[in-house]
Design a binder for this molecule. Sequence first.
Ligand SMILES: Nc1ncnc2c1ncn2[C@@H]1O[C@H](COP(=O)(O)OP(=O)(O)OP(=O)(O)O)[C@@H](O)[C@H]1O
Length: 353
Amino acid sequence: MPGKASQTEHMEAAHGEHTESREEEEEGLGGLTAEELRQGQEAALALEARMALSAQSLVRAEVDELYEHVRALGQGRFGRVWLVTHRQEGTVLALKQLPKASTTLRGFLYEFCVGLSLGSHAAIVAACGVGLESADSYSFLTEPVLHGDLIGYIRPKVGLPQAAAQRCAAQLASALEHIHSLGLVYRDLKPENVLVCDPDCRQVKLADFGHTRPRGTLLRLAGAPIPYTAPELCAPPPLPEGLPIQPALDAWALGVLLFCLLTGYFPWDQPLAETDPFYEDFVVWQASGQPDHRPRPWFGLTPTADTLLLGLLEPQPRRRSPVSSVRGFLGRPWRQREGEAEEVYPGEDEDSG
Ligand SMILES: Nc1ncnc2c1ncn2[C@@H]1O[C@H](COP(=O)(O)OP(=O)(O)OP(=O)(O)O)[C@@H](O)[C@H]1O
């Protein structure tokens, strides 16, 4: 598997008036129904209220005064995550520290409060409710997850054992469903943001809510697309300000992630048929209605896996299956046989995706 990949985007809040017929109304809202827009607006208001409260209750102290560093747990583009113990209570926690040089108070409060607003879900890293302002950084605390992230478990050209892939699929679909039910879109699904709780990958937890936004937020793709970027984000946006984001973005990313877990390859580099031959082959296959004529990267998968992935990777967002569709495919074979993917590209050293 290639290393970390991320997308950089611009965002603005989307709030529109709607007075026309339903069709015109949806067009005026960039394809969102009034109900979908309402969900996003409610989520945005709830977040603003939580941010205002959290700003008042930030603990002002240096991290070392309250916590002892045990070891580094990870480093992202925005923050460093440490395993710490509370000096008085001895509680073991993960502390994400965001330097003030690159993070605004609002940006920090946003990520902190999204984590809090997700409440408790078995497949989401639990927030502890403590935010810290120090001289040079902002920090918040979460439960620690001690077996690294999913990228370390995906064998290049092989993927994960099938049972582990299905367990991850079930848990991640449930976590995303929960996020969507709160009017939010996660927007950053990739193996680096999936933390692993045990060496057999029995339990995983979604982390890093820095990119999560209310449904309907207007978004433009600023950098180059990555495999997880849904095709509607690559197309000209329906509104001048951008695309109103939908949970379908996460369904696409889940489809790409499941493909990676089952094969150890990315299905394509970018979802652009004009420039990416792997994506072009996929689109032709998808439109052909001939499941047997699968493109090469899909050789090792079963018809059950094809049906699941073709639903999640439907290029039209309105026709795309929701993340909850995963449930209907569990417990049946997704890979023709263990190790099949190893034989797809014999002799190649590099990943294709
Ligand atoms: N609660 C946790 N327990 C254990 N490790 C964690 C925890 N949270 C984060 N990490 C580790 O720290 C790394 C960076 O964390 P995170 O993704 O939140 O940072 P980021 O700067 O927002 O990253 P990105 O560049 O993906 O936006 C993760 O990939 C993971 O390995």
